[in-house]
Each structure stands twice: as structure tokens, then as C-alpha cells.
Design a protein around this ligand. Structure first.
Ligand code: HAM
Length: 425
């Protein structure tokens, strides 16, 4: 029988080596900024009831129609791997009665998400998001705070030419009216639309506004725009969002065709991109307000706003720009050991260094002193600890200054103190 090679699933990746470090750096940058703004971390299940996404993300969105990994459990439940984080967080907010906490409740999350997309650069079937959700506040200041936090995180990660694209989609008062106007206009030009948009005209006409097909874009360029048909409250909200953005000095571009691929958005929608980058692969962060979602999923009428960063997209952008977030750290101490007793005692010694927070390198697989000191010298450490048979028997250890080659023998019980003295720690 032919042996088949086992491989990772299409569009999914192992996170290894340098990639791990990028993940860690991004996680730490997000954590530092959101902690300042008192966001609380939330971890929700990776599988949720399919119904949650059908209702929340939207039955006619590409995500739900085409991209969910769904399964039936042995017990008969219909579950899906989460394609995005917002519905799960809202479900948790409702299920745990968090309306009784002081509002707004501010969450952040970092984890894997799954979409059965055609894999290409920047589009994976398993990817990671760092997300924010602020539930229980309708003021425009929250919309801008979410944008500002993401903007600060990207700045912290050394991004330079960032652009916020922003639009308002109105609310349940004004959008139906706009939708009617849009459909009337698009119907009069239906024969010019691509086959996908002809279908969208019935199910999700707003999505035609951000179709990438040239002929659809031509039709759309003369279409009525939502911003011209906002009700007074939505107009005021949007005006405030733009004023706050001006106030904090975040550059934005009002894109009247920005609609986003999820059904729950009301009023503000935004995307953060790098200027000049390819849009479909280049959206680093996206989000908006979703004032109807909590009620739709069975909670009280509660306004909310949030957004999510594509972690792999941020990593790809950093790599493309050759931005390194790492300063190579040179270990200061190397432990060279010889013989069985020294090896055995080294385990305890290393643990003592760990609790003393002094990083030490070693190569336990090597038995020759020359080889080990060669490694220490290549690493550029300041001191090597030489722990041989004789020293192990006498409970002592040699501290070798790698620059001057001076060697001092000290008692093992004092080695951490002696190293601290030499490193001035
Ligand atoms: P989204 O626009 O679907 O929004 O995804 C947010 C970000 O996740 C995108 O801008 C992109 O960076 C990244 N992303 C999406 N799909 C993929 C993929 N297949 N491969 C790699 N990266 C991807 C949401 O998910 C909303 N839940 C955001 C939100 C939170 N809105 C309000 N609160």
C-alpha cells in the first residue's frame, strides 16, 4: 500500500520559530495597550452553535453561506468553528447576565478563527485575530476609542503610513429607506452588474457597493450614498466620530462605499489599512458599531462597538517591510558541564538560576569542555561556568571571564551571588 504523507490542512499553518516571536510581540503589544484602557480578557469556545453565526454574522453573508466549518455532534448538536469573534462574545455577555455589571463592559480576545476561504496571500482557513468589543455604550467617543487603541497598537509595532477608512451605514430608522433607493437605482442598471452582484441585488444589495469588479464599480460610482441619507441621529453620531478623530489627530478617509461583509453593523464601520497596499489582502484591522446585535441574539436593546486585527496580516506586513521587532538577546552566562555527577547537579543549579531570573544557556548533549567553551564563545557570553567532575565532588564551580580568560573557583552555594556581583545585577 502506498504510504500517504501527512500534511497540515490546506490554508492552515504551524506557528514556528520566528513566527512564534512575532505572535508573542503582537500579543504583548495588544495586552499592554488594552490593559491601560481596562479591557478584560475573554476566552470563548472555538465551537459555537451554528445558529449563533447564522443569526449574528448574517445568513446571507459570504462567511455564513460559504465559509463555515460546520459539524453535527454525536449528540445531534449543529456546531461551527467560529469564523469571527463578535457573536460569541455577545452570547457570553447575554448568557452571564453582564448587563448587570457597570456598563460598558470592555472585552479583548486573541485566538484562532476559521473560514473556508480560497487560500491566498493574507487569506487563510485558520487565522488569528486580536479583537475588542465594548458593550453597553452608544456614545461616539467609544467608536473612536476602539479605532485609537488599534491605531496605537500598530504604531507600537512600528507601522507608519496607516489610513483609516470610515463610513456610516445608518441604523434601522434610515437604512431601509436608503436600501430602497439603492435597489431602485441598481435595478435600473442590473444588466451591467456581475453575476454575483445580480444575486446580491436580491439578498444583500449594500454589498454591491464594495464589489471589486470594474463594471460594478462604474455603476456604483453614480449610486446614491448612505452618508447623504442618514437620519438626524445617525448624522450627528457620524459627525461626532469624525470630530473626535480630528481631535486625536488620526488621519481618516471617508469611503462612502465601505460596507463590510457582516450583517450586524449599524452606523460606524471602519478599516485600517496601510496606504498603497492591496486592499483585499491588506486590511489589517476592521470593525464597527453593532447596536442591534445584542437584542437580535436575545439580550436587551444594548449598543456596542468593536473591531478585530488580523494577526497574520500584521505579521506579513511587518515582514514585507523588513521590520524586525526583536533585538537579538545575547545570553550572559553559559554552563559547561563534564561528567555524570556534574550533569546531575547542573539540573538543580539551572533551576536556581531560573528562580534568580538570570538566563543561562547550556548544551547538555555535549561532553567535551573544548566544544562547550567554543559554543559559549560563539554566543558571545560574558561568563562561562565550568562544572567538572572535581568541582561537582567539592560543591564548587569555576567562573571563567570569557574576555580575559581569568578563572575563579567559588562555592556552588555562592555562585549566584558572585555572578550577580560580576553582572552588577
Ligand atoms: P472581519 O473584517 O471579518 O471582521 O475580520 C477582521 C480582520 O481579520 C480582517 O481585517 C483581517 O485582518 C482578518 N482576517 C479576516 N479573514 C481572514 C483570513 N481568512 N485570513 C487572515 N486574516 C483574516 C470581523 O471578524 C469582526 N468580528 C470584527 C469586529 C469586532 N467588528 C466588531 N467587533
Amino acid at each position: 500500500m502506498k504510504k500517504t504523507k501527512l500534511q497540515r490542512p490546506t490554508g492552515m499553518h504551524d506557528v514556528l520559530g520566528e513566527e512564534q516571536e512575532y505572535f508573542q510581540k503582537i500579543h504583548d503589544a495588544v495586552k499592554e495597550v488594552v490593559n491601560f484602557y481596562h479591557f478584560k480578557k475573554i476566552i470563548t469556545p472555538i465551537l459555537e452553535e451554528t445558529e449563533l453565526f447564522v443569526k449574528g454574522t448574517g445568513a446571507f453573508t459570504d462567511i455564513v453561506e460559504k465559509e463555515m466549518f460546520s459539524l453535527h455532534t454525536k449528540g445531534g448538536d449543529h456546531l461551527s468553528l467560529r469564523p469571527e469573534g463578535t457573536p460569541g462574545v455577545v452570547r457570553s455577555y447575554i448568557e452571564h447576565g453582564m448587563k448587570n455589571l457597570p456598563q460598558p463592559v470592555k472585552f479583548w480576545y486573541f485566538g484562532p478563527f476559521f473560514r473556508y476561504e480560497r487560500p491566498q496571500a493574507g487569506r487563510y482557513r485558520q487565522f488569528h485575530q486580536a479583537g475588542l468589543e465594548v458593550i453597553g455604550e452608544k456614545n461616539a467617543v467609544v467608536d473612536v476609542q476602539v479605532i485609537q487603541i488599534f491605531y496605537s497598537i500598530l504604531k507600537k509595532l512600528k507601522f507608519k503610513n496607516l489610513l483609516i477608512e470610515i463610513n456610516s451605514l445608518g441604523d434601522s430608522q434610515c437604512r431601509p429607506n436608503y436600501r430602497r433607493l439603492l435597489v431602485r437605482y441598481l435595478k435600473s442598471r442590473e444588466n451591467l452588474l456581475c453575476p454575483d452582484c445580480k444575486r446580491r441585488l436580491k439578498e444583500n444589495p449594500l454589498r454591491i457597493l464594495d464589489c471589486k469588479e470594474e463594471k460594478c464599480q462604474e455603476v456604483v460610482s453614480d449610486a446614491p450614498q448612505m452618508v447623504d441619507h442618514l437620519c438626524d441621529e445617525c448624522k450627528l453620531h457620524f459627525k461626532e466620530v469624525l470630530e473626535f478623530l480630528d481631535e486625536v489627530g488620526i488621519p481618516y478617509y471617508l469611503n462612502p462605499y465601505l460596507v463590510r461583509g457582516l450583517d450586524y453593523y449599524t452606523r460606524t464601520v471602519f478599516e485600517i489599512i496601510e496606504e498603497g497596499e492591496n486592499r483585499s489582502q491588506g486590511t489589517l484591522i476592521a470593525g464597527g458599531r453593532y447596536d442591534n446585535l445584542i437584542k437580535l441574539l436575545g439580550g436587551k436593546d444594548t449598543p456596542a462597538c468593536g473591531g478585530a486585527m488580523g494577526v497574520e496580516r500584521v505579521i506579513n506586513a511587518l515582514k514585507n517591510k523588513k521590520i524586525s521587532l526583536f533585538q537579538p538577546s545575547v545570553p550572559e552566562i553559559y554552563l559547561a558541564q563534564l561528567g555524570v555527577l556534574a550533569k546531575r547537579k547542573s539540573l538543580k543549579l539551572l533551576e536556581n538560576f531560573r528562580t534568580a531570573k538570570i538566563p543561562v544557556s547550556e548544551s547538555f548533549s555535549k561532553d567535551s569542555l573544548g566544544v562547550q567553551l567554543g559554543i559559549a564563545s560563539k554566543m558571545g557570553v560574558k561568563y562561562a561556568l565550568i562544572f567538572g567532575q572535581k568541582e561537582a565532588l567539592e560543591d564548587s564551580i569555576i567562573i571563567r571571564n570569557m574576555k580575559t580568560s581569568r578563572q575563579d573557583t567559588v562555592k556552588i552555594a555562592n555562585v549566584i551571588k558572585e555572578i550577580r556581583k560580576r553582572l552588577k545585577k
